[in-house]
Ligand binder design. Structure first.
Ligand SMILES: NC(=O)c1ccc[n+]([C@@H]2O[C@H](COP(=O)([O-])OP(=O)(O)OC[C@H]3O[C@@H](n4cnc5c(N)ncnc54)[C@H](O)[C@@H]3O)[C@@H](O)[C@H]2O)c1
Length: 253
């Protein structure tokens, strides 16, 4: 069991749940008792995560989601409820990375990162929260920001600005929706070993990165999933508007 609590009859929607932090979060919430709506660009990408959740006895719904398309966002939010009967938690995990010198970033590259990471997270949250507010039900949102949105780093301006936006959006929405019983939080992971973080497989870069992390290891998807599951549940019932930094001490120096 995670740092959160066991629940029953609750449903969580996790975006970008095929692998990495999204898959670990979906599985951790399932172990805590949630049924899970898994969303990603294509349903077939979700088969592995879905099989693991089904194996521990929780119900699963598979949702096709492209955060760049408003119709897709609204359809996914609606299908989560029609498939599993209710929705209690939204985990905004899906995102796109970008590492590039600022001088080389094109308008299209900037727009893609902002469209998925910032607009996608906002409109996904809006669609789900609208349902909660109309139904008069409480809810909990946990988004995945980044330490790159908290401190400066070369070659990460576009991505970092998008993630800084998620942390500030989290504060803003937490205040606006507190009266509806909707909590809005985020986590900010440092470098986490997931399939798309190929930079971490270069031994020289690894050693350089590691030397900067006080706990002297990279984060794991499970480290991030524990923070997400805690913020999602009632044990964090008096926490809203926060970004929980999960970084082995990196940004505390
Ligand atoms: N891995 C890290 O080091 C790290 C560090 C800090 C923050 N993060 C953030 O954590 C989250 C998960 O990271 P990860 O490394 O596990 O995976 P990732 O960043 O490679 O991908 C996350 C998921 O987002 C999905 N996705 C991409 N574009 C989408 C779109 N338009 N619509 C719907 N889904 C889309 C992908 O298919 C994938 O399943 C991301 O938001 C990432 O920015 C990761």
């Amino acid at each position: 069991m995670s740092a959160s609590e066991q629940v029953s009859n609750r449903v969580a929607l996790v975006t970008g749940a095929s692998y990495g932090i999204g898959a670990a979060s979906a599985l951790t919430l399932a172990r805590d008792g949630y049924d899970i709506a898994l969303a990603d660009l294509r349903e077939d990408m979700l088969a592995d995560t879905a099989a693991k959740i089904t194996a521990i006895g929780r119900r699963v719904a598979l949702l096709t989601l492209d955060l760049r398309q408003q119709s897709s966002v609204e359809a996914a939010a609606a299908k989560a409820i029609t498939s599993l009967g209710r929705l209690d938690v939204l985990v905004n995990n899906a995102g796109v990375p970008q590492r590039k010198p600022a001088l080389d970033v094109t308008r299209d590259e900037w727009a893609l990162v902002m469209d998925v990471n910032l607009a996608g997270t906002f409109f996904m949250t809006q669609a789900v929260a609208r349902g909660w507010i109309v139904a008069g039900k409480p809810g909990s949102v946990v988004s995945v920001a980044s330490t790159h949105g908290l401190v400066g780093l070369a070659q990460s301006t576009t991505y970092g600005v998008s993630k800084a936006g998620i942390s500030h959006m989290t504060r803003m929405l937490a205040i606006e929706w507190a009266e509806h019983g909707i909590r809005v939080n985020a986590i900010a992971p440092a470098s986490t070993e997931t399939p798309t973080r190929t930079g971490l497989s270069d031994p020289n870069k690894r050693d350089t990165f590691l030397s900067r992390i006080p706990l002297h290891r990279f984060g794991t998807p499970q480290d991030m999933a524990e923070g997400i599951a805690y913020l999602a549940g009632d044990k964090a019932g008096f926490i809203t508007g926060q970004t929980l930094v999960i970084d082995g001490g990196l940004t505390s120096q």
